[in-house]
Design a protein. Structure first.
Length: 183
């Protein structure tokens, strides 16, 4: 199944984010290099996309990012299951579609729910809580024992604040893992 990755932040988020590009493809490649060195060997010698220019696998970008260990997606059709092939692409459904990594098998799938609860009706402030496999990992009190920050960074964000800027409404979906990590 195809997983398409954004290269730029949506315009609504661009002022909040630290740079105009997501770096998601580079973060995915970094995780695959660490987890699947044999599968990545052919890609190391390739020239591949860059945001403004072509770069080799060992670009400065690759050395400066944290790996993206999974992705969070809506799955209304319940199509994502462990064992499914993952095709990592950018520019999906366009003439510039590009598969930037080898096909990897999904290792595991976890259910995730993000829900926003009104903290105070007059002010309209909303606070998120996050559950993974029906277990609370982040409550509306905002206390983070480290699991929420870990989830955000492992999903390719720089912070939990960036994560919640992206997931800024109620959401039910799946965490698609291509590593052995589970929450």
């Amino acid at each position: 199944m195809t997983l398409s990755f954004s290269q730029k932040w949506p315009k609504s988020l661009s002022k909040h984010m630290p740079r105009p590009t997501t770096l998601f493809p580079f973060k995915v490649l970094k995780s695959l290099e660490e987890e699947y060195p044999e599968a990545m060997h052919a890609f190391k010698m390739r020239t591949f996309f860059s945001y403004d220019r072509f770069e080799g696998f060992y670009s400065g970008i690759m050395q400066s990012v944290y790996p993206k260990l999974h992705t969070i997606r809506e799955d209304k059709g319940d199509n994502w299951k462990a064992g499914r092939d993952i095709h990592f692409v950018i520019n999906n459904r366009s003439k510039n579609r590009y598969q930037f990594a080898p096909v990897i098998t999904a290792v595991s799938i976890q259910k995730i729910e993000i829900k926003y609860i009104p903290l105070s009706k007059p002010l309209g402030e909303m606070r998120p809580f996050v559950k993974i496999d029906d277990k609370l990992i982040f409550g509306i009190d905002g206390y983070d024992d480290g699991r929420m920050t870990e989830l955000a960074i492992n999903d390719g964000f720089d912070s939990k604040e960036d994560f919640f800027a992206w997931f800024n409404a109620d959401f039910i979906g799946k965490i698609i893992h291509w590593t052995n990590l589970k929450y």
